[in-house]
Write a protein that binds this ligand. Structure first.
Ligand SMILES: *[C@@H]1O[C@H](CO)[C@@H](O)[C@H](O)[C@H]1NC(C)=O
Ligand SMILES: *[C@@H]1O[C@H](CO)[C@@H](O)[C@H](O)[C@H]1NC(C)=O
Length: 989
């Protein structure tokens, strides 16, 4: 080993030596330098090689060569007084091939300026010998296809004031601790390394490079904290460290002598506020903080940056009112979109910014009729105001904005007719007016006259469309994306016949019926990627093979139609395939297993039959989402995930699957959601699923699971992230040990106001800018009624153990699950008292303990449950006074019936006031040993203050089995209205 190392070292020093030797070897004569130039040209110039305008320089080389050869007159060559070549600019000169260390280039040792940018040196490495050109002041190798390590030797070019290696994404710089390539280049004025893979922190020593004027380090995989003193470099004019998501930092206080003109930290981890002292950078022209993590208000001092031409604060977490920016008269681009900003009512200043080319104010809570203020901005080419509450009509003067190429007013409350409004926007490429309240009849032709149009979205207005059939090829724009969802279409618009380059076609929620005609995709076969046709009345295809030949199709969504027969086989490229809620029959075609790119397969709610084909095991390893719910599949489910599976959601519910739960599920290490509900699985509780690190939802309802649940909360079973578990309607039995739930950490916390929900993202749709979100749904039974939750909020936490044969006491570890919203233990044989510590579960909205054998009183602590809207303790052996006040005033008889000893409102049995409660938790005190001091104090108060009596032997005569279930559930459902919908999709009932 040692000798190998030795050898290795020797080789390195030998190379070193050779480089040094070669560099100092010989000083060339003028003629020799000239022929070195020619040699370089001969080796690397390739006329056919792409680089527009390139060979002009070499033209002059050729011409002169036939005369005498005065290389110093060549285009791109500069000589010193003494006749040495000191400058060589061969940028964009169709140079190609590999530069190696024997290149004649390195003979030009007097070079001070070398520019080889915009050529293609075919994955050449930068030869270490570049270090021989010691006189270099300026080196530009940008955009020339260099790859590999930047040689350490380059650190010797200490005279460099300009270094540009940007645009060579294969290039890497390995930092060797203290020895950094840039370390001794203290004269640097311009440092451009964008898209070079630096994969390191920004070196601190740059803080001392007092000559630096330009720093461009975009997309360099920079990490850690950016040394903010760099912003204070005395000569700094230009800094761009954008597109480094792992680079953190903040803006410093700025001094008033800064020369900065250009400042971009977009798409980084930069955070904090914009300091008021920003006004000191009064030369600033370009300022972008886009897509970072800034917060706080936009300081009014921004107004002083009167030189600003570009301002983007988009996609941060800024809050508050936007100050008037009326003084930024030079602005050509203003982007404030997607923050938590408010435009307020003083938006009038916008119309002062008459130089604006681009205005983006999406999602700014604009509740105003703002469009009349925009019409003066006649230079606008981009106008995006999506996701606000802008109302009113589009004023006719809006037609002044003839330069517009992008107009996005989607998701607002605009109204009125739009018939011929858009005709004047001849340059429009992108038009989105979807999600408004426009009305009236529109001739689709009025859009089709916009020849440049590529993206058109009219989704979801109350428009009716008139389509005509007399289109010919040459009058139509070539659309790439067309959104006509929820547009009351009765048939496929016929102009689609002439669309050759469609990429995305969105026709969901219309009333199109019958078969899909072949011409829909005939012309866009090579381009169509997204095809959405949900919620129509489609019954099938004219010809399946047309569908199959869409060679780029990635998303196919034909859910909620009336498709018959077996599912259409998608092309190999398919990623997202949803044909749920149709009338599909037959078995799963094995061809589906061959879809190598498939990530989502949703066949739910059809009438498909048979066993899962054995080839399905291939799919389990590529899919993220597999939904087979509500079909008639049967047989065992075997061979699911293997190591490396990406599966996140698996729903096999409401079929006739049987057998044991396949142990292969333990390899689904990304699984978040598993539902096996309503099948005939027969097994003990799959406690081993607890090792799945991501599992959040586990639904085993209505199967034949049996036996005692053992091993919960051991090291092997953790369920750390579990939030929803429903194992109701099985034959589980035995006691649940007190510690059963102690590792269910996700249930112990709650996050107010988090309205995010579970889903998977599919990132293949460029135009939507955000990834395509597939939201998980689930069916959860509550009191015998199935409800479909179209979203599963990340704060929803529920346990349902009902309808089993559990016995023993309610496990104490429940008291720590502070996030619980719904707890159902009904229809078991639980005994002992109701834990008073359930009063700690402040989020609880529904508590069902009915039909057990619980005894003792209803603990007063349950009065602390401020959100409790459903309580059911009926049919137990409870006694004593029903707690009074707060939520308890809202429960009726049905909550308490079937308990012999309960008294007080709402029951008609009065309590005997004189008797003091004797039935305190009668069980072993140890269980309550972990009560918090405050709980103990509560007990004391209750002891003193409550004179509830124990009524023994009172018989409640009326065992009315009221159908309370439904009505209670409705109340429960109502609060969650938004996320609950009836079982079947009933869009048009
Ligand atoms: C920079 O210069 C110092 C002093 O001459 C030298 O010791 C060091 O090795 C040099 N660093 C690099 C990376 O060349
Ligand atoms: C950022 O950091 C994460 C975690 O260390 C890493 O996986 C990711 O590749 C980094 N991204 C970039 C662009 O450097």
């Amino acid at each position: 080993m040692a000798s190998i190392f030795f050898f290795f070292f020797q080789t390195i020093s030998l190379v070193h030596f050779l480089v040094v030797l070669a560099c100092t070897a010989s000083l060339l004569t003028y003629d020799e330098e000239c022929s070195a130039l020619f040699k370089f040209k001969q080796t690397h110039f390739h006329q056919n090689y792409y680089a527009a305008g390139g060979f002009l320089k070499f033209d002059s080389w050729r011409r002169i060569k036939t005369n005498t050869s005065d290389c110093c007159l060549f285009d791109g060559v500069v000589c010193s007084n003494k006749g040495h070549v000191i400058g060589l600019d061969l940028s964009q000169s169709s140079l190609t091939g590999v530069i190696n260390s024997s290149s004649s280039l390195f003979k030009l040792v007097h070079l001070q300026v070398l520019n080889l940018s915009m050529n293609n040196f075919f994955e050449s490495q930068i030869p270490p010998k570049i270090a021989c050109l010691k006189q270099l002041r300026s080196l530009d190798l940008s955009y020339s296809g260099f790859v590999g390590q930047i040689p350490n030797e380059m650190s010797r070019l200490i005279l460099l004031s300009w270094l540009d290696l940007s645009g060579n994404p294969g290039l890497k710089l390995q930092s060797h601790g203290h020895e950094h390539m840039l370390q001794n280049m203290t004269r640097l004025e311009s440092l451009y390394l964008s898209s070079v893979d630096l994969n390191s922190s920004v070196p601190r020593f740059l803080v001392n490079f007092s000559s630096l004027m330009h720093i461009r380090l975009r997309e360099c995989r920079l990490q850690d904290e950016f040394p903010s003193a760099i912003f204070h470099l005395p000569k700094l004019k230009y800094i761009d460290v954008g597109n480094n998501p792992n680079l953190t930092g903040s803006l410093p206080e700025f001094h008033n002598n800064t020369l900065l003109k250009y400042l971009s930290v977009s798409s980084t981890g930069f955070n904090g506020i914009i300091p008021k002292s920003i006004s000191n950078i009064n030369h600033l022209e370009f300022f972008s903080l886009k897509k970072s993590h800034f917060s706080g208000p936009i300081p009014g001092s921004l107004l002083n940056l009167t030189q600003l031409t570009f301002l983007s604060l988009a996609n941060n977490e800024f809050t508050g009112l936007v100050p008037s920016l009326a003084s930024l008269l030079e602005l050509t681009a203003l982007n404030l979109a997607f923050n938590n900003l408010e435009m307020g009512c003083t938006y009038g200043w916008i119309n002062k910014l008459t130089k604006l080319n681009s205005l983006k104010v999406d999602s700014m809570n604009i509740h105003e009729e703002i469009l009349p203020y925009i019409v003066n901005l006649t230079k606008l080419t981009f106008l995006s105001m999506r996701e606000n509450f802008i109302f009113g009509q589009i004023p006719t003067s809006f037609m002044n904005l003839t330069q517009l190429t992008l107009l996005d007013v989607g998701e607002n409350q605009l109204q009125g007719p739009i018939s011929s409004l858009f005709r004047s926007f001849k340059s429009l490429k992108y038009l989105n007016i979807g999600g408004n309240n426009f009305s009236g009849t529109v001739r689709l032709d009025s859009f089709l006259g916009l020849n440049e149009l590529e993206i058109l979205n009219l989704d979801g207005n109350s428009l009716s469309f008139v389509t005509t059939n007399n289109h010919t090829n040459d009058t139509l724009p070539e659309l790439k994306y067309l959104g006509l969802s929820f547009c009351n279409l009765k048939e496929f618009p016929s102009f689609l016949r002439f669309q050759m380059k469609m990429i995305g076609l969105f026709l969901s929620g219309n009333e199109i019926e019958g078969l899909v005609p072949n011409w829909i995709w005939n012309n866009s076969q090579a381009t169509l990627e997204i095809f959405e046709l949900r919620d129509n009345f489609i019954t099938g295809f004219h010809q399946h093979h047309g569908f199959l030949s869409l060679s780029r199709l990635k998303l196919f969504d034909m859910a909620h139609n009336q498709l018959q027969g077996s599912p259409p086989i998608p092309p190999q490229s398919i990623v997202f395939y949803d044909v749920s809620n149709n009338n599909l029959t037959g078995k799963i075609p094995p061809l589906i297993c061959e879809m190598k790119s498939l990530q989502l397969l949703d066949l739910s709610s059809n009438n498909m039959i048979g066993m899962l084909p054995s080839c399905f095991k291939n799919l389990f390893n590529v899919l993220s989402v597999l939904d087979l719910k509500r079909n008639i599949f049967h047989g065992p489910v075997m061979n699911t995930c293997r190591h490396g599976s990406l599966l996140k959601k698996l729903d096999l519910s409401e079929n006739r699957f049987n057998g044991k739960v396949s142990r292969s599920l333990a390899s689904c290490t990304n699984l978040e959601f598993l539902s096996l509900a309503d099948n005939s699985f027969k097994d003990v509780f799959p406690v081993w699923l607890g090792t799945l690190p991501m599992i959040q939802v586990l639904i085993l309802r209505s199967n034949k699971f049996f036996g005692a649940i053992q091993g919960l909360s051991t090291v092997n079973s953790q369920f750390h992230k579990l939030r929803i578990i429903d194992i109701s309607n099985n034959n589980f039995s035995g006691e649940l040990p007190n510690k059963s739930f102690q590792t269910w950490n996700a249930m112990k916390f709650y996050f107010n106001g988090d309205l995010s929900s579970m889903g998977s993202e599919f990132d293949f749709d460029d135009v939507k800018l955000t990834p395509y979100e597939f939201t998980y749904s689930m069916t959860l039974t509550n009191k015998g009624v199935k409800r479909e939750y179209v979203k599963i909020l990340n704060i929803f936490i529920a346990i349902d153990l009902s309808c089993n044969n559990f016995e023993g006491q309610i496990p104490l570890s429940l008291q720590d699950l502070h996030g619980l919203e719904s707890l159902n233990l009904s229809n078991n044989h639980f005994t002992g008292p109701i834990l008073s510590s359930l009063g700690n579960l402040k989020k609880l909205e529904s508590l069902d303990l009915s039909k057990n054998e619980l005894s003792g009183q209803i603990p007063q602590q349950l009065l602390q449950l401020g959100f409790l809207s459903i309580l059911n303790v009926s049919f137990n052996h409870l006694d004593g006074r029903i707690p009074q006040g707060k939520q308890f005033d809202t429960f009726d008889n049905n909550s308490y019936m079937g308990n012999r000893g309960l008294c007080g409102i709402p029951l008609s049995i009065e309590c005997e006031n004189s008797k003091v409660s004797t039935v305190f938790p009668s069980t072993n005190n140890n269980d309550y040993g972990s009560l918090m001091p405050s709980d103990i104090i509560d007990w004391v108060v209750i002891l003193l203050g409550v004179g509830s009596g124990l009524l023994v032997g009172v018989v409640i005569g009326s065992f009315v089995y009221a159908r309370y279930g439904d009505s209670l559930l409705q109340r429960f459902g109502m609060r969650k209205d938004k996320w609950v919908r009836p079982l079947r999709n009933t869009k048009r009932n």
